[in-house]
Ligand binder design. Structure first.
Ligand SMILES: [Zn+2]
Length: 460
């Protein structure tokens, strides 16, 4: 099977030129002007941009939570991702405290394997670091190709590890050639504030926001950076939202440290005023919460200064019925919002379209950097001979609006209902096959493959 894309404007993290791309089997074999080889299928991409397929390294599909599951499973979630130009996602396996990493991995594999349309990989969330867990780290890196280990500094009694476990994990992961990632926040302070607000009879979604002030995140980001420099482990902060946290990363550079940072699309374009609506604000109840306009400005600047390398989603959708579990108590609202399908178009329209980031930076933060940081480059994250033929053909001019009525995510509302965007995903190609063409799905469930990742050392 061969496929030829003619006359597309090819944009990578460092280049911008018009050429043809020829792919045979799953990889790109030739790039050049006026290619004449015979292909089984030819796509005319004149007037279109061609990007490397998007990589979203922060999603939660079919995730067990509070007696329910996030509403997109691996089939609907990866299909929606492909509709939105994202060809690879990295999901999180969550260890159950008291049980092994292997036990958790088997549960996640049972839900994911054979069900994905798009390619996928796993981070391993270590929630209970002990002598047994320590022995499993090398096995995850060497045998499973899982080279990033997520930690939570929040959700005490379920997911949170203390600093003693954090330092122990960092030393082991460093030794094995992996990376430690973190939900950086001060879990004890949040627990106190949640309890205080509930005791005062304050149950609206607004109090979810007020229970996680900026300082909880900035303090923990600094603490994480300190432990990372001490142990020498490559570190990555997920879903960074605020100026204070970013400044801790900026400070870390003054002592020659590199801590990677990811923000998510919502923190760049939505703000906490949404929590002032009554219960409707539950649509945006997520942790960390949305912040203020000044934080958005910091994050855009952080992207351009190279301090923030990745724009992900933390896609974790719940239907309205599920969100209503917290109608009388903000602390019972399942955390998360749907965005896996919207990230590429939103960031193009709001970022490139409004002059906040360059086209090359757009490719860097939606694809290339995630591939490099997480050990998938140059298989993923670029348009080059020998790389997987994962491509997004994008119409930069087409105008459209986002809506739950037209999206493909398995959730009955849109966090961006009515948003008017310029720029639309037209054709998504995954490993040499057209996966989505003008809204039509062209590959079966099960086409998506698990991506084993390489060891990482914190240098990209
Ligand atoms: Zn998350």
């Amino acid at each position: 099977m061969s496929l030829l894309i003619k006359n597309g404007r090819i944009i990578t993290a460092s280049q911008d030129y018009t050429a043809d791309i020829f792919m045979e089997g799953e990889v790109i074999t030739t790039i050049g002007k006026n290619l004449r080889m015979k292909a089984d299928e030819t796509i005319n991409a004149a007037g279109m941009m061609v990007f490397p397929g998007g990589i979203d390294p922060h999603v939660h599909l079919d995730m067990p939570f509070m007696g329910t599951f996030s509403s997109d499973n691996y089939e609907t979630g990866t299909r929606a991702a492909l509709h939105g130009g994202t060809t690879t996602v990295i999901d999180f396996v969550l260890q159950t405290q008291g049980k092994s990493l292997r036990h958790a991995l088997e549960q996640w594999q049972a839900r994911a394997n054979g069900n994905c349309l798009g390619d996928y990989s796993f981070h391993m969330a270590v929630t209970d670091f002990n002598d047994n867990t320590r022995l499993e780290i090398a096995e995850m890196v060497d045998k499973e190709g899982i080279t990033s280990f997520k930690t939570f500094m929040a959700y005490k009694g379920a997911l949170m590890i203390d600093d003693r476990q954090m330092v122990g994990l960092m030393q082991e992961v460093k030794k094995c050639g992996g990376m430690v990632t973190v939900h950086a926040t001060n879990g004890d302070m949040i627990d106190y504030l949640v309890a205080k607000h509930r005791a005062e009879g304050k149950f609206a979604p607004l109090y979810h926001y007020l229970s996680q002030p900026e300082i909880t995140e900035s303090e923990a980001s600094g603490r994480f950076a300190d432990m990372a420099i001490y142990t020498g482990v490559p570190g990555y902060i997920v879903h960074m939202t605020c100026e204070g946290a970013l400044n801790h990363i900026r400070d870390a550079t003054k002592r020659n440290q590199k801590v990677f940072a990811e923000t998510c699309i919502q923190y760049l374009i939505l703000d906490a005023s949404l929590y002032e609506m009554d219960f409707e604000g539950a649509k945006w109840v997520m942790s960390p919460p949305l912040r203020q306009k000044k934080d958005q400005a910091s994050l855009w600047a952080g992207i351009n200064q190279g301090l923030v390398q990745v724009v992900a989603t933390d896609h974790c959708p719940f239907k309205w019925e599920q969100k209503k579990m917290g109608e009388k108590d903000f602390s019972k609202i399942p955390n998360g919002h749907p965005a896996i399908e919207n990230r590429m178009e939103l960031l193009y329209s709001e970022g490139v379209g409004k002059g906040k980031i360059s086209l090359n930076k757009y490719v860097e933060v939606t694809s290339t950097n995630a591939a490099k940081i997480f050990g998938m480059f140059p298989k993923k994250g670029c348009i080059a001979v020998g790389s997987d033929a994962d491509l997004l053909i994008f119409d930069p001019k087409e105008k459209h609006a986002l809506s739950a009525a037209t999206h493909h995510m398995n959730v009955d509302y849109s966090a961006y209902e009515g948003w008017k965007l310029k720029g639309k995903c037209k054709t998504t190609i995954l490993r040499g096959k057209v996966a989505i063409d003008n809204g039509k799905v062209c590959i079966p469930k099960g086409y998506g493959q698990f991506v084993k990742r390489k060891k990482v050392n914190g240098i990209i």
